[in-house]
Design a protein around this ligand. Sequence first.
Ligand SMILES: C=C(O[C@@H]1C=C(C(=O)O)C=C[C@H]1O)C(=O)O
Length: 256
Amino acid sequence: MPASNLQQVWPEMNPEDMSPEQMALAALRHEIDLVDDEILALFQRRLAIAAKVGQAKDAPHGPHTKLRPDREQTVLSRVMAKADPENAVAVEGLWREIVGWGLARQGQLQVQVWAPVDPTRAFDGARHRFGTAAAIRMVRDPQAALAFAAEGKGVAVLAVNTEDPWWVGLRRDWSSLSVFDGFGAAGGQPTSLAVGKIDPAALPKGRRVVVSAGGDAGDGGGARRWGLNTHHGWTLALTDADLTPGDAEGCVGAIG
Ligand SMILES: C=C(O[C@@H]1C=C(C(=O)O)C=C[C@H]1O)C(=O)O
């Protein structure tokens, strides 16, 4: 390894005084520096492309919500399918960050989180989902968070493991909003849902979220159904039935 490279990774040492172990370590650190240079160039290139995508999205209709959960799902699952299994968790976390910064190039995402029970879990779920690029804050009123999302100013993350049946309003009062993700205990059912003014065509593929009145008989088609909460005859549930948001069966979104 040339002395100048050694000097870069170990500036305080004279290469002639280095032991073979120190030389080996310096060589590896130099290799990391070279990889970092490549990652940096590629990351900045990706950010510049994401900014252009943002402008292309505006083209026909003027500015609107830039978040595209369907595309994010495709990006994530494509890289996860290629990642070595032992790196899966690291790759998922890193790509959520990368995608979060890509979205931020189109405007910083504002997230309002309401979770009176176990707020840390909801906040952590939101941070993991939207990354450090997002501005996330806790709020005291789920209806105000829904109004904020309905104005297209950002998205809301609202807890469902509570007494407050804010989710009933997704059919009655907030038809412009869709659930587009859910967070909670790893591997379990979500304890909070992400809601935004998302084009139904841009919802992730997978489990749908339904709000139904008058019992929970299911759709009769043998689809699986997972209850999340109930309130005075209303039920919030997930289903793997292929429903369309806004239809008579009470589909209010999808969480992938
Ligand atoms: C770049 C886009 O915009 C956002 C950023 C994404 C990304 O960085 O990969 C993906 C989806 C969008 O939330 C896009 O829609 O393709």
